[in-house]
Design a protein around this ligand. Sequence first.
Ligand SMILES: *[C@@H]1O[C@H](CO)[C@@H](O)[C@H](O)[C@H]1NC(C)=O
Ligand SMILES: *[C@@H]1O[C@H](CO)[C@@H](O)[C@H](O)[C@H]1NC(C)=O
Ligand SMILES: *[C@@H]1O[C@H](CO)[C@@H](O)[C@H](O)[C@H]1NC(C)=O
Ligand SMILES: *[C@@H]1O[C@H](CO)[C@@H](O)[C@H](O)[C@H]1NC(C)=O
Ligand SMILES: *[C@@H]1O[C@H](CO)[C@@H](O)[C@H](O)[C@H]1NC(C)=O
Ligand SMILES: *[C@@H]1O[C@H](CO)[C@@H](O)[C@H](O)[C@H]1NC(C)=O
Ligand SMILES: CC(=O)N[C@H]1CO[C@H](CO)[C@@H](O)[C@@H]1O
Length: 492
Amino acid sequence: MSDSSSFCMLLITIVLSLLLSVPGAECRRFRLPGAEGRYLTTEERWFNQTLDHFAPADHRQFKQRYYEFLGYVQDPQAPIFLIIGGEGTSRGISNNYIAVLAKKFGAVILSLEHRYYGKSSPFKFHTTENLRYLSSKQALFDLAIFRQYYQESVNTRNNISDTENPWFVFGGSYSGALSAWFRLKFPHLTCGSLASSAVVQAVYNFTDFDEQIGESAGPECKAVLQEISKLVDEKLLADPGAVKGMFGASKLKNDVDFLYLLADAAVIAFQYGNPDRLCSPVTEAKKTGKDLLEAYADYVKDYYLGSFGATIQTYDQENLKNVSVGDGSADRLWWFQVCTEVAYFQVAPYNDSIRSPRIDINYHLDLCKNVFGDGVYPQVEMTNIYYGGTKIAGSRIIFTNGSQDPWRHASKQKSSKNMPSYTIKCHNCGHCSDLSGCPQSHFNMKGSSENCTSPEAVEKVRAQIIEHMDLWLSQCQNTGKRCTTWLFMIII
Ligand SMILES: *[C@@H]1O[C@H](CO)[C@@H](O)[C@H](O)[C@H]1NC(C)=O
Ligand SMILES: *[C@@H]1O[C@H](CO)[C@@H](O)[C@H](O)[C@H]1NC(C)=O
Ligand SMILES: *[C@@H]1O[C@H](CO)[C@@H](O)[C@H](O)[C@H]1NC(C)=O
Ligand SMILES: *[C@@H]1O[C@H](CO)[C@@H](O)[C@H](O)[C@H]1NC(C)=O
Ligand SMILES: *[C@@H]1O[C@H](CO)[C@@H](O)[C@H](O)[C@H]1NC(C)=O
Ligand SMILES: *[C@@H]1O[C@H](CO)[C@@H](O)[C@H](O)[C@H]1NC(C)=O
Ligand SMILES: CC(=O)N[C@H]1CO[C@H](CO)[C@@H](O)[C@@H]1O
């Protein structure tokens, strides 16, 4: 780097740190409560997308939804931030930490809904046959085609050709993996990637998941959770109706569906940064000799099924068989991706598990078969061969993970050349805390870290994200122009 460009970088860095305020991608495995008014835009736009990118003779298309926000743009050469939609409905561009970054870099923000989810479904019915174009590979190609289309339309608008804006892609969780994979498979189409809590490693037998819950809970809470699990297992054998009734889950015919609900209810406290909401009442009940099952049932009903917004149907295999397209479709769609590509089967470890040992590999395989039919099986090895798993050979990808998040064991947790990895360590740092704060929520405007037990831990990683983005974007910018633009912006 020349002296003048270092000086330029220094100036930019100073200005950026002055402009710094605080923290989002869709980063969720479960529905979060509605968040009206928390979006930069919810104005829908549509794009004609190819249904099957791998069959040149098939010209079928479908309408894919996207969002566009231009409110921070000052310059036609502005970076373009593409937020990758994940396994849920995409309702707009959230006002999370990505918005903060976009403002800082004067970027265009785009967000493309994932095929099949929300309003971007190619079909009226999600039969197994119709789901065959639902895969991460097709989704990455969607992003590439969309990116080309948008760049061309920008050039047409500006009456220029042969110019490319620097693109940067973002995602969290599954879409965090897509963000890393997009940079890997289409490096010429994006300058860099932020892959927050990115589950890049497909895992068949995901025992680390339950083990992390134990670690995040700490020995005291873990022991109580284990005791609760044993009690539920015993009661389930003696009187399944009674114990399901306690949790308001009588609808669940399959006992293990019910056990999965109870396991997830505990997971979510740690994944989304609310550990004390679970551990305080159950350890208190243990100390005071109160009924442990009742204490847990209260937590599940008040918090998990209550304010958090999870539903019983999500766990009901009968409901997962419903092929109608509707609000609940995401559950079936995500299970299809799980059952074909990535597994992440959250099984009980052989020893010392928190969840019931009845949640095993066979439960998952039976679910895949029951819900989608014979022959649906996760091609975990193929997925890891195709993308590289944690040995992904990409560049300019930032990986972040939250210390308490069980999903981090499917992420890349070690830095390597040109792919820095950061762990945000704090008592309630979970899934995508870098983008959405703690407890992780769309309600944290600009991704505020104020309620993280260590906001400094979050801000430190954010400062590192900015440093990498700044360097990479400047490397991708057409020579020289950028610094002038920034200086110009400082003056005004
Ligand atoms: C998308 O396709 C439809 C039907 O073929 C067509 O009417 C529409 O103009 C297309 N939209 C765009 C943006 O190309
Ligand atoms: C675009 O550029 C062409 C060629 O330079 C010129 O003739 C035309 O008027 C321009 N159009 C607009 C809208 O600027
Ligand atoms: C799953 O992994 C655990 C721990 O690594 C191991 O004990 C168990 O045998 C594995 N189960 C299967 C079905 O591969
Ligand atoms: C299937 O899903 C649709 C759309 O969400 C819903 O209207 C319908 O009631 C469901 N069918 C059953 C049997 O639950
Ligand atoms: C099972 O877990 C307990 C508690 O962590 C440990 O003390 C014990 O050694 C483990 N047993 C085996 C066979 O790994
Ligand atoms: C942090 O917690 C306080 C107290 O519960 C609450 O009033 C505030 O809105 C929270 N901040 C964020 C960003 O969620
Ligand atoms: C880059 C980084 O800090 N990675 C850490 C992620 O978490 C694992 C498990 O705690 C650590 O071993 C890594 O060092």
